[in-house]
Design a protein around this ligand. Structure first.
Ligand code: NAD
Length: 361
């Protein structure tokens, strides 16, 4: 037996419960085939947890996550909780999880699958072959730097302030995650900053350059963030792995994601220093289609593949899961969000069954 892993399963709200079921079934199938085992333990989060305990992130849920090898999350939120004060809303649980698990690196792959090339808003010849990983720093930079706030001015009026600030320690640790990730891909890392204007970016660049000799097999380049935003739509194939600060990464990862066309296909991983990683689809709880068996479970399933690769080092199993996704798409199997007009549409459950058949067949 190749190992036993404890996974905290947090379905959350809306379509979360539907897609997590498919994701867990695929992880179980991967364990059977590659000879390891899972102990899955489910816990409430988000709106579901508010209903059960009054809190979006109950202490017991966070404790379970801390004691697990990885966390497998669906999505949280829904209109029924939108009127709650912001610290009681389901989405608050996500910030609590990131902080509680020390997750400082967000990995978002944007890969265009040949079967879905028509779903991109860009021309097929521009997006064909795109396979980018954005590594975004998640706990520092402009979103967390102090001072921050809205302050009265002596002469009247007010001033809004945010601060972009990074220590060498913070840059080094995200830099290492990115170099390692690039090493496991095509060996190209582009560090994105605004070093022509910002001192914090000058330090960022200096520290990243300082790490490069430890990774002689990775080709390091630098790009200003404004140019990167342009190059991503101009010639996206030039990128392999991108590493950047929190807000730049927030914006660029959404831009990169849209190259692929559908939010229902995009997985993500958030990693800390050695503790459990968090794996979840990029999309939300899709209340408009929740409970109707219409959700696309593929982003959840691909998040499961990232869990296998990054937290459990089961890269063969991860590849097999990714291949099953490609196979069902090749077979023409589509949920509504990725279907061309007139195509035969399957539901979330049927997509799950087809995936299992492709995986086991
Ligand atoms: P959303 O991602 O939930 O939905 C946007 C659109 O994409 C909807 O039309 C939805 O039906 C569709 N969609 C999303 N995922 C899909 C899937 N797997 N299959 C098919 N279609 C899919 O974003 P939203 O509508 O802005 O937010 C809904 C709720 O989710 C809000 O409460 C929001 O705060 C929350 N949210 C949670 C997360 C998270 O849990 N990480 C992320 C984003 C939004």
């Amino acid at each position: 037996m190749g190992g036993r892993y404890k996974i905290a399963v947090l379905p959350g709200d809306g379509i979360g419960t539907e897609i997590v079921q498919v994701g867990v079934a695929m992880l179980e199938a991967a364990a059977r085939r590659f000879d390891f085992a899972f102990d899955f333990e489910e816990a409430p989060i988000g709106g579901a947890a508010i209903g059960a305990t009054g809190e979006p992130l109950p202490a017991a849920t966070l404790e379970l996550c801390k004691a697990s090898d990885a966390v497998f999350l669906g999505a949280v939120g829904g209109p029924q909780w939108d009127t709650l004060p912001s610290d009681k809303r389901p989405e608050k649980a996500l910030l609590g999880l990131r902080a509680g698990l020390g997750l400082f690196a967000n990995l978002r792959p944007a890969r265009i699958l040949p079967q879905l090339i028509g779903a991109s808003a860009l021309k097929p010849e521009v997006v064909e072959g795109v396979d980018i990983l954005v590594v975004r720093e998640l706990t520092g930079g402009l979103y967390f730097g102090i001072p921050k706030g809205i302050f009265p001015e002596k002469k009247g009026g007010r001033r809004g302030v945010n601060t972009m600030s990074y220590s060498t320690f913070e840059i080094e640790r995200i830099g290492r995650v990115a170099f390692e990730a690039a090493r496991g891909r095509r060996g190209k890392l582009c560090s994105v900053d605004k070093a022509n204007v910002l001192e914090v970016s000058q330090l960022w660049r200096e520290v990243i350059v300082g790490l490069a000799p430890e990774y002689p097999d990775v080709e390091l380049t630098h790009m200003y963030v404004d140019n990167c935003a342009m190059q991503l739509v101009r010639q996206p194939r030039q990128f392999d792995t991108i590493v950047t600060e929190n807000m730049f990464g927030d914006i660029l990862s959404d831009e990169a994601a849209m190259l692929t066309g559908s939010i229902g296909m995009l997985p993500s991983a958030s990693l800390g220093s050695g503790g459990p990683g968090l794996y979840e689809p990029v999309h939300g709880s899709a209340p408009d289609i929740a409970g109707q068996d219409k959700a696309n479970p593929l982003a959840q399933v691909l998040s499961g593949a990232m869990l296998l690769r990054h937290s459990l080092r089961q890269s063969e199993a991860a590849q097999a899961v990714e291949k099953a996704v490609q196979t069902v798409l090749e077979q023409g199997c589509r949920t509504g969000d990725i279907a061309a007009p007139g195509a035969h549409i399957v539901g979330c459950r049927a997509m799950g069954e087809r995936l299992l058949a492709a995986f086991e067949g």
